[in-house]
Design a protein around this ligand. Sequence first.
Ligand code: XUL
Ligand code: CO
Length: 439
Amino acid sequence: MPQPIFAGIDAIPFQGPESQNPLSFRFYDKNRVVRGKRMEEQLRVAVCYWHTFCGDGKDPFGDATFNRPWQGDGDKLELAKMKAAAAFEFFTKLGNPYYCFHDRDVAPEGKSLAESNDLLDRMVDVLAGLQQKTGVKLLWGTANLFSNPRFMSGASTNPDPEVFAYSAAQVKKALDVTQKLGGENYVLWGGREGYESLLNTDMKRELDQMGRFMNLVCEYKHKIGFKGPLLIEPKPREPTKHQYDYDSAAVYAFFQHYGLSKDDFKVNIENNHATLAGHTFEHEVAYAVANGIFGSIDMNRGDLLLGWDTDQFPNEAGEMALVLRHIVAAGGFTTGGFNFDAKVRRQSIDLADLFHAHIGGMDVLARALLIADKMIADGKLQGAIDARYKGWTGGLGKEILDKKLDLAGISDRVLKGNINPKPRSGQQEMLENLVNRYL
Ligand code: XUL
Ligand code: CO
């Protein structure tokens, strides 16, 4: 038996809202049934490899602060194996059903792509064994097309076709291993797919390149029979000044322009990316649901006073309840889930801090789910919306939508019927008060 890495921490129990034990769940009760599904199935929580096990506490001004047992000097493959052992010990103790990774999170990069692929294969065997042993599953895999300097001017949008080709080859491999590990989705986040300056950028050409890239990935997904959707993750900026996948609406326009079907492509929405784009998280989710492109969530939060992607753990159940309302009312996740794309602060150097962060995040989601359930079950909120749009379900509104009237016909209706609409209250404050009653 190898020594536990998170020694002194046992499986995190559910102990109810009154629990004073910081290493217990107060709301995340995985078997509690909410809207016909177990909480675990509703939330489909994933822990991300990159922040939780690769993060070292560096920031632009300071060095690493974490110094985990699997970090530091030594044989890179051996360290990667220790990191995998730590990751699965953590998952087992926390009790999350899923995890997510980038290719370069789980295995070191080699001197050539062939060598990197070989190292990745060796780690995939290790991960497959650990998945088998623990029952933890892969929510999604992805390729890191942003850290290495070769991607500094973009991956698929690079002015150099060799970088496009390298990126394509890397995604092919990452999709292969995601499939091998039973991954339920494949994510594409284009951190460098944008520009720093239009002075040196041919925007049309770059967008066409990215359109070609996504079509190639989609063809390959069908070729190998990968069942899950391809999820594009919008973000407006950082690291680039402007990222083409700015928000869900920009991504949806991109899908349509380049012939990418909703059956194959959806979005992976991240809370703080939404805020950076000048939207609420709720807006991004509602937009994606409304347009049939909702896929999965990267769960985190930003900081009101900091204009960058701080990737903190969520801590506002009321705010999350409004988001969960949209997801649950639309039938819930299919292949997606809540992946914590979040990291502990660089002063949170203890291994136990990783548990506190995830316990808090899972409890916030669980509580939000319970609040959303009350909102939906009560029906008052939806009732108010239905009443507001009632005019469209019959009479004039229905005739317009059913194309029974052209513009002149509508004009006749208004003139002959002496239509003179009266303003009606939007009742915002009343609805805000109603929402507060569920909290
Ligand atoms: C970066 C980000 C990524 C993606 C996966 O802001 O969110 O970690 O989630 O590449
Ligand atoms: Co993310």
